[in-house]
Design a protein around this ligand. Sequence first.
Ligand code: ZN
Length: 188
Amino acid sequence: MVTGRPRGTIELICGCMFSGKSEELLRRLRARKGDRVRAFKHPRDDRYSGTEIVTHGRDRYDAIVVGQAAQIPDCLGGDEALVGIDEGHFFDAALPDVCRRLAEAGTDVIVTALDPDSWGKPFGVIERLKQVADKVVVMTATCAKCGRPATRNQRTTPIVDGNIVGGPEAFEPRCAECWHPPPEPHIR
Ligand SMILES: [Zn+2]
């Protein structure tokens, strides 16, 4: 780790699906031209690519794939200016502490996260990340039913084996008024 750097900041970009979280992350990663930047994703998010962050609009950015939050520092040189972590809700309970340690060593951290989940409930790891974040940005989509700002994901197909990963074929954004919780038990 490089010593003597000022503390970095932790920023959480959260919201429902299709709210542009990954687009915002890629915009922020690219804005740091000339700085050392690294992006991470979880292997569970393999909807479009195994080794890239890919937005619903098919924009792409190279990412390191790690299944455990504790592996993230092992993949870094310690002198990164910015680390981006996509779909933070897929990660384990160590994620908030990993982000805090990176920031203390001078690296800015930006994490995107689905918030809330398909049942309208918060992910525990994201609740804890909010407590260590310097800034929380809440993004909204457009409700597929009424066109008002959407904050929820509506599951539009049955949930099989607790698998909640999906794209436009399985979810649509809804406002709280138009959203109905899925009948399936709350499995994660
Ligand atoms: Zn609506």
